[in-house]
Design a protein around this ligand. Structure first.
Ligand code: IVH
Length: 700
């Protein structure tokens, strides 16, 4: 079915839903359409990264399907988009046999190795020149998938290559893996596919932060996190971690009677195309076929230099003989195929020596041990210090001062100590002793039960005060440029800053003559401080550094009140009614607003003219445009853009910064450019003129 037909169907279904708001819902006869439409939008979103509808619309359609299936259990199909959701915990992962053993690949590290590989392939095949298909070597956890009669039937880990663990329920949580695919279109009946499960760099960072905030150990790299996630017993948690998968090999298939082998399956690049056409994420766009090894060498080297720009980790490239009959002729050794080789990129691991551990006190008083290392280059940067998180982590990794340690740095991910090389010890290594007193203010450290972190609870501890100010002025908080970490420390030591409110009473005269502080930087700093008085309330809330309150929670909080100090009246229960606020976050907010010192600080900040009121609260959610999003482009005939934006906001509308599926209205004027072009491709965006906009506001 064509995209345009599916888009049309989406609109019909959405309209029906709107009409039926009063009750009944979509008729059962449309259940097939509903599933088809949902699958199509999952494909647009997860495989192509080009969504055509807003998340909310998807959710509405999804809920409609859920309702229909609940009312008609007989109509549920195993490949329905609702069937990814699993209830309860997995008890065990039974051992299963792969249809074909999962071999690993031989490795190469430089051009000479690849020339060798090519020479052997040519010798064995008796050919002068061989076509190679080259694709990324995904750095994740390998899996095997079986489809039977077009339905996903089983997913397994690699295990020892012959047998692995059956993890079908967890595989169903990966939205880039289709629950059904029309293999029958090619006469294929049973198919076994190989692939790699990944976690992208952004998600990796996010989940490591979460693990740390729960007092758990972070994972050393995305590969470990992907592998660990596949073995979680709770499929809901697997789903939350947004795993992704690439598939790159068809290892086995049977045909329906009478069908001939499809042309696409006679080459490796063809099989990647076949998988792509069936809705899988294969390296269809990244793959390249070359007539000989020289071009291959150029391509792998070129790919290596762009490695850090990819959203996920790759650790090399894989070079495969493209013709499948030739692959079969070449066969395999006991360990790996003779028709493929991995080209490994430069290692991101290096070894160094742990010289010492220093203890740093953070903004919340948490004491973090930081390993000081002999400087070593890893993946293009020099590393000389690495956080080792907490006492438990040090104990588990058995780290000692003087140890040789293995370090890994993956892309833009923070470096980690993978392990200490215990076999190299000579007996002079010393254990790491955790302090009992704060290294800065010397007050006794405390550790809450079930927490991994020791804390300095002296709220006046200079280390904490400085860190709180640094956070307050930082880019995502009040964004006071010209301060920076180093200046905050310097000013604090000089007595020019003593707490957060003192930012607004800074004596600029005392800055004149300071090294590196000309009149220009003083003026800039003054302007930046001035500008921060106009920041929206949610930034101020985030800047206060309340434990567990990140940017998202800060926005939720800002929407919940008319005035920041209203939170003094909130009970713990009321706080927990806010989105994403549970007992832990709620408790921390409650504590913050119950502390008289904090209230005193807030009073000083209000006096300094900071934004305590939520100006828009009374409007948003009530105006006639509530919930609608707008973007203006081109020159409007009568209104200035800022005027038009203010008018939309006044009626409860929201202004977006770019065209996306979240946009409801694009208001176009003369010379509208790329935004208009982009909006035309998303058929849920309504493109209107200024006049129509004014009509919408009821002004015409
Ligand atoms: S081909 C017989 N292609 O690397 C086919 N493997 O050391 C063998 N891997 O176990 C695999 N990306 O887990 C192949 N594009 C790719 C790959 C890839 C990652 C992994 C796979 C394999 C390991 C080989």
């Amino acid at each position: 079915m064509y995209d345009s037909e599916l888009t049309k169907k989406t609109q019909d279904l959405t309209n029906e839903l709107i009409k039926m708001n009063s009750g009944s819902g979509i008729p059962l006869a449309r259940i097939h359409d509903l599933r088809e439409v949902l699958r199509f939008h999952e494909y647009r979103y997860y495989i192509l990264s080009e969504p055509l509808i807003a998340d909310m619309e998807y959710d509405q359609l999804y809920k409609a399907l859920e309702k229909l299936e609940k009312e008609n259990p007989g109509a549920v199909r195993p490949d329905s988009p609702t069937q990814r959701v699993a209830k309860g915990l997995t008890k065990e992962f039974p051992t299963v046999q792969h249809l074909v053993p999962m071999l690993s690949l031989d490795n190469s590290y430089n051009a000479d190795d690849l020339l060798d590989f090519d020479r052997k392939v040519r010798e064995l095949s008796g050919l002068d020149q061989v076509d190679y298909c080259v694709e990324p070597k995904f750095d994740g956890a390998s899996i095997s998938l079986i489809y039977e009669k077009d339905l996903f039937a089983r997913g397994a880990t690699r295990g020892d290559g012959v047998e692995g663990d059956e993890i079908s329920t967890n595989i169903r949580q990966i939205r880039t893996i289709p629950l059904s695919a029309e293999f029958s279109r090619y006469g294929l009946q049973q198919v076994e596919i190989r692939g790699e499960v990944l976690i992208n760099k952004k998600q990796f960072k996010k989940f490591n932060e979460q693990l740390l905030s729960q007092g758990e150990d972070p994972k050393a790299n995305p590969r470990n996190m992907a592998a660990g996630t596949l073995r979680l017993k709770d499929p809901a948690e697997v789903s939350r971690r947004n795993l992704e998968a690439f598939v790159y090999h068809i290892s086995y298939y049977t045909m329906t009677e009478g069908a001939g082998i499809p042309e696409l399956l006679t080459t490796h690049s063809g099989s990647l195309q076949l998988l792509w056409e069936l809705g899988f994420r294969s390296p269809e766009q990244e793959k390249k076929v070359f007539p000989g090894i020289e071009d291959v060498i150029r391509y792998v080297q070129e790919f290596e230099s762009g490695r850090d720009d990819l959203p996920y980790e790759i650790d090399g490239m894989v070079i495969k003989v493209n013709a499948i009959p030739l692959q079969e002729k070449l066969g395999m050794t006991s360990h790996h195929p003779r028709w493929a080789i991995a080209y490994k990129f430069k290692a991101r691991q290096a070894s160094s020596r742990l010289l010492n551990v220093e203890f740093q006190v953070g903004r919340t008083g948490a004491v973090t041990p930081v390993a000081k290392l002999e400087p070593v280059a890893v993946g293009g940067v020099t590393v000389s210090s690495i956080s080792v998180h907490n006492e438990e982590y040090i104990r588990e990794k058995d780290l000692r001062i003087g140890d040789a340690v293995l370090i890994e740095r993956a892309g833009d991910v923070i470096p980690q100590i993978v392990k200490s090389l215990t076999e190299l010890r000579n007996g002079t290594e010393r254990p790491i002793v955790f302090p009992q007193h704060c290294p800065v203010c010397n007050s006794k450290l405390f550790k809450e039960e079930e927490e991994a972190v020791w804390r300095c609870t002296n709220i006046e501890c200079p280390a904490q005060v400085v860190e709180r100010i640094i956070h307050f002025v930082s880019k995502d908080a009040m964004d006071i440029r010209g301060f920076g970490e180093a200046n905050v420390r310097k000013f604090y030591e000089m007595g020019l800053l003593k707490d957060i409110p003192s930012v607004y009473t800074l004596d600029f005269d005392k800055l004149t003559g300071l090294e590196g502080f000309g009149q220009k930087s003083i003026d800039n700093l003054r302007k930046a401080i001035e500008g921060s008085r106009k920041q929206p309330l949610h930034r101020l809330i985030y800047a206060l550094g309340i434990r567990f309150v990140g940017e998202t929670t800060a926005k939720t909080l800002a929407h919940a009140v008319n005035h920041l100090l209203d939170f003094r009246e909130f009970s713990l229960e009321q706080l927990q009614q806010l989105e994403d606020v549970g007992p832990k976050v709620g408790g921390s907010i409650f504590q913050f607003f119950s502390n008289p010192d904090n209230i005193q600080m807030l009073a000083e900040l209000e006096k300094a003219g900071l934004p305590f009121r939520n100006e828009k609260k009374d409007l948003s959610g009530t105006g006639s445009l509530a919930g609608q999003t707008f973007l203006f482009t081109g020159t409007l005939p009568t209104l200035k853009r800022s005027e038009a934006e203010a008018m939309a906001e006044e009626m409860g509308g929201q202004i977006l910064s770019g065209v996306s599926a979240k946009l409801n209205y694009l208001v176009v004027g003369e010379d509208a450019g790329s935004k208009l072009e982009k909006a035309k491709k998303i058929n849920t965006v309504r493109i209107i003129t200024e006049e129509e906009f004014l009509q919408l506001l009821g002004k015409k």
